[in-house]
Design a binder for this molecule. Structure first.
Ligand code: IPM
Ligand code: MG
Length: 355
C-alpha cells in the first residue's frame, strides 16, 4: 500500500513526523508494508519549484492509495496572487483527486471535558458530531474576479452548485448518518441564497430514499449559535464548502482544541486524503509546541476508510485516549495538574501505546 505524504508548511513538518511514527507502529503490529513517498505542496513547493502544486506531486498522489497532508500557508507567501498561494495547492489537489466529501468528526474525549470552552452541563457525557463538508465546489471554486472601476476595484466570488454535485455529497451524508444516530441536519442559508435553495430541494428529494434517517434544516447563522448553545442536538451535519470550513473550526473548540480534529476527504476515486483540520500555525512552527493528535487521528481515519483496517484505526484512537488518561497534554489542551509535553514527546507516547 502506498501513502503519499505532504508535510507542507509551518507546523506541518513536525506533526507529520509524528504521524509517520504511528504508521510505522501499525505496520510493525500488523506486519504490512506501507510505501511512503514524500511530495511537495504549498509554500514548500513554491520555494522549491515555483508552483504550489507541482506536476510531480499530482503524479505521486494519483499513484497512491492514500494521501496524508500536514498543513499549508504562511505569511511568507501571503502577498502572492490567489492562484499561486500555498492554499491553491491544497484546493488543487482536492479537486484533482475528486474528494468531494470531507468528513470532520468533532469528538470530545471525556478526559478533555474541562479543556472545552463550554460548561460541563452543556457537554453532558460527551460530544460526537460528524460534519460532512462539501469540498470541491461552492465559493472556493466558483468564478472569482477582480476588475478596475472608477472608484477603485470590484471583486467577486460565486457560490455555484449543480444538482449532481449536491446529490453525491448528500447521499454520502445520509449514509454516514445511517451508521450513526440516524439524524441529519442540512445547514444552509436558504432564506437568502439561491444555491442553498437548490441544496434544500435536492436534499428533500433524496431523503425519500432514507426514510429511516430524521432530516432537519437549519440556517447557518442559527447553526453557529446552536453549536454553542446546545451542541448535543446535532448528530450528522451536511453543508456546503465554506459553511463547513467555518462550522468545523467552531465545532473543534467544543472538543477542547482545534489541534484535536482530524478529517478524511473521500470521493468516487480510489485515493482518499487525510489531514488535520487546523492550519500551519506559523507562530508556533518549529517550537515543538503543536498538537499532533489531529494528524494522528486523521491517520486512524486513513486506516478505517482507505485500508479497511478498522482494528488498526481503533488501536490508534485507543492509544490517544490512553495517553490522555495518563495525563499528558500539549500546551493547547494543558490544564492544571497535567503533564505538559511537546509535539515530539506526544507522538512518541502515542506510538508506544501501539504495540
Ligand atoms: C481547511 C482549511 C483550508 C480550507 C484552507 C487552508 C484553504 O482552512 O482545511 O479547513 O479553507 O479548506
Ligand atoms: Mg478551515
Amino acid at each position: 500500500m502506498k501513502i503519499a505524504v505532504m508535510p507542507g508548511d509551518g507546523i506541518g513538518k513536525e506533526i507529520i513526523k509524528q504521524g509517520i511514527k504511528v504508521i510505522k507502529a501499525i505496520s510493525n503490529k500488523y506486519k504490512c508494508d506501507f510505501e511512503i513517498k514524500e511530495a511537495l505542496i504549498g509554500g514548500a513547493a513554491i520555494d522549491e519549484t515555483g508552483s504550489p502544486l507541482p506536476d510531480e506531486t499530482i503524479e505521486v498522489c494519483k499513484n497512491s492509495d492514500a494521501v496524508l497532508l500536514g498543513a499549508v500557508g504562511g505569511p511568507k507567501w501571503d502577498k502572492l496572487p490567489g492562484n499561486l498561494r500555498p492554499e491553491a495547492g491544497l484546493l488543487g489537489i482536492r479537486k484533482t483527486l475528486g474528494v468531494f466529501a470531507n468528513l470532520r468528526p468533532a469528538i470530545l474525549f471525556p478526559q478533555l471535558k474541562s479543556a472545552s470552552n463550554l460548561k460541563e452541563e452543556v457537554l453532558g457525557n460527551g460530544l460526537n458530531i460528524m460534519i460532512v463538508r462539501e469540498l470541491i465546489g461552492g465559493a472556493y471554486f466558483g468564478e472569482k474576479k477582480r476588475v478596475d472601476i472608477k472608484e477603485g476595484q470590484k471583486a467577486w466570488d460565486t457560490i455555484v452548485y449543480s444538482t449532481p454535485e449536491i446529490e453525491r455529497i448528500v447521499k454520502m451524508a445520509f449514509q454516514v448518518a445511517r451508521k450513526r444516530n440516524k439524524k441529519l441536519t442540512l445547514i444552509d442559508k436558504a432564506n437568502v441564497l439561491e444555491s442553498s435553495r437548490l441544496w434544500r430541494e435536492v436534499t428533500n428529494k433524496i431523503s425519500e430514499d432514507y426514510k429511516d434517517v430524521e432530516l432537519n434544516y437549519m440556517y447557518v447563522d442559527n447553526a453557529a449559535m446552536q453549536l454553542i448553545r446546545d451542541p448535543k442536538q446535532f448528530d450528522t451535519i451536511v453543508t456546503e464548502n465554506m459553511f463547513g470550513d467555518i462550522l468545523s473550526d467552531e465545532a473543534s473548540m467544543l472538543t477542547g482544541s482545534l489541534g484535536m480534529l482530524p478529517s478524511a476527504s473521500l470521493g468516487e476515486g480510489k485515493v482518499g486524503m487525510y489531514e488535520p483540520i487546523h492550519g500551519s500555525a506559523p507562530d508556533i512552527a518549529g517550537c515543538d509546541k503543536a498538537n499532533p493528535i489531529g494528524t494522528i487521528m486523521s491517520i486512524a481515519m486513513m486506516f478505517r476508510y482507505s485500508f479497511n483496517m478498522e482494528e488498526a484505526a481503533r488501536d490508534i484512537e485507543n492509544a490517544v485516549s490512553k495517553v490522555l488518561d495518563k495525563g499528558y497534554r500539549t500546551s493547547d489542551i494543558m490544564e492544571q495538574g497535567k503533564v505538559s509535553v511537546g509535539t515530539e514527546k506526544m507522538g512518541e507516547l502515542i506510538t508506544q501505546e501501539i504495540q
